[in-house]
Design a protein around this ligand. Structure first.
Ligand code: CA
Length: 470
């Protein structure tokens, strides 16, 4: 962690030293962003007005601040309306500043990049910063959204719907020491490693306070793969939900020393383990919630040294302070994983951890329950179902798995309906035990189209949509 903070100070110093240099306005001074870059010197700022720019930018050999008006105004509309579109031709922005560190990319929508090796949306080298961007619909073999080499800070971005054929659907990082914080990393896909984030051969990695959701990997790390060079890292305060790993693990740790604290790891799906600690991994795992739809929640390799304490783990786990109780989230169906009043995770963290901001013992999970505000969330705020009902894959051809969780045993019915609401199947109708249930729905007798599945338990109902494509 010390290495990361030191890196941050160096980077901030580099940015401030650049502030007195020239400012180039696009398109006032140069018609294209690349023309402005070509005319710039190290330390300049290139400020881009709103508009759509069809360019594949290369910054080579010198460092710049490349920013939209957001850099000055803080207006997020400047991010949405200053668009660099790679036209599926090459990486949208490449920064090769290995010998002149400290570039920053700030305030753009970066889309339709198609990189071969160097990232789809953004490629950065050496102490660069990528912040406050929307990086979406890009593709590459490694790093669909961002490909980083060396030290980096990747913060406050939305990184969505990017695709990597090899590793790092959202982000891949190589070497260096880096910080990934406060990003929304969602719906990215990797065909092999790290649907959301893939970390390879890095120094200490800090991944904190991100929302990592809906990402997908075929074999390793639907959410994250940590393949550090024996250095390890920090994973804290992240919400890691609804990621899918076809045949591997949700969050995968390879050799290194890790601190893993106050994450909410829920409703991820896969046939393997939710959290996987590989050979020779050392980790302190504390104050986390792990409540997945995976084969097992946590796996620790025989040669790994991992302590799991003060965590809420579905099915239970040996260790001081661990519990096995439904965490009681506010509204999982709408993505709200804050704790309800009365949650067993409140004040159930390690008493020796830093206290929550309200002065109470640490809660488990990414979001503490503020006891000073004292919001009475009452019984009406309890979600209709304790667990999200989901299906995967969706769209599907021709079968899909429907998963749901019942907070208590009782009568339950799962019915399938067509677009007109007509019931066309009843996979489940009877008394079910509390807990997780999975059924495989076979649509081979149905036409392509949109269908609904409805779960009724007691007087509560939840409906979701799925699409059959033949
Ligand atoms: Ca607390």
């Amino acid at each position: 962690m010390k290495a990361g903070i030191k890196g941050l100070i160096i980077l901030v110093a580099a940015v401030f030293s650049a502030a007195s240099a020239d400012v180039i306005i696009i398109p006032d001074d140069y018609r294209t962003i690349q023309a402005g870059i070509d005319a710039s010197q190290s330390g300049d700022t290139i400020l881009v007005e709103r508009g759509v720019y069809h360019e594949n930018l290369v910054i080579q050999g010198h460092s710049l601040i490349l920013a939209s008006r957001f850099f000055v105004t803080g207006d997020t509309l400047d991010i949405q309306n200053t668009i660099i579109d790679g036209d599926s031709f090459d990486t949208v922005i490449k920064i090769g500043n290995w010998y002149d560190p400290g570039s920053m990319i700030c305030g753009f929508t970066i889309t339709h990049g198609a990189g071969y090796y160097q990232g789809g949306g953004v490629y950065i080298e050496n102490s660069s910063m990528v912040r406050n961007n929307i990086i979406k619909n890009n593709s590459s073999s490694r790093g669909g959204g961002i490909h980083s080499v060396g030290n980096a800070i990747i913060a406050d971005n939305i990184i969505r719907n990017n695709h990597a054929t090899v590793a790092g659907g959202g982000i891949i990082t190589y070497g260096g020491s880096f910080i990934v914080e406060r990003n929304i990393i969602s719906d990215n896909v990797s065909d092999t490693y790290g649907g959301g984030i893939h970390i390879e051969d890095s120094q200490y990695a800090i991944i904190r306070d991100n929302v990592i959701t809906g990402n997908h990997s075929d074999s390793h790390g639907g959410a994250i793969v940590f393949y550090t060079d024996d250095e390890g890292g920090l994973l804290s305060g992240n919400l890691i939900v609804g990621n899918v790993t076809e045949s591997g693990y949700g969050v995968e740790f390879c050799p290194g020393e890790y601190d893993i604290a106050n994450n909410t790891i829920c409703n991820n799906m896969g046939t393997g383990y939710g959290v996987f600690f590989g050979q020779h991994t050392t980790a302190i795992f504390v104050n986390n919630i792990v409540w997945d739809y995976t084969y097992q929640q946590i796996f620790i390799a025989p040669s790994a040294t991992v302590t799991v304490t003060y965590s809420d783990v579905r099915g239970g786990f040996n260790g001081t302070g661990n519990i096995d109780s439904y965490p009681m989230f506010v509204d999982t169906a709408n993505g709200d994983f804050h704790l309800l009043a009365g949650s067993p995770c409140i004040d159930a963290g390690d008493p020796n951890s830093p206290y929550d901001p309200d002065g109470t013992i640490a809660d488990m999970g990414a979001f503490y329950f503020d006891q000073l505000v004292g919001i009475d969330q009452g019984s009406s705020a309890i979600p209709e179902f304790a667990g999200l009902i989901t299906n995967y894959p969706n769209p599907f051809n021709v079968s899909t798995r429907i998963s749901f969780e019942l907070p208590e045993s009782g009568q339950a019915a799962l019915t399938i309906h067509d677009l007109l609401g007509r019931r066309i199947g009843t996979p489940i109708n009877g008394y079910l035990q509390a807990g997780v249930h999975n059924i495989v729905f076979d649509g081979s007798g149905l036409a392509s189209g949109i269908y609904f599945y409805q779960l009724k338990a007691g007087d509560r109902t939840e409906i979701k949509r799925m699409t059959l494509i033949k």
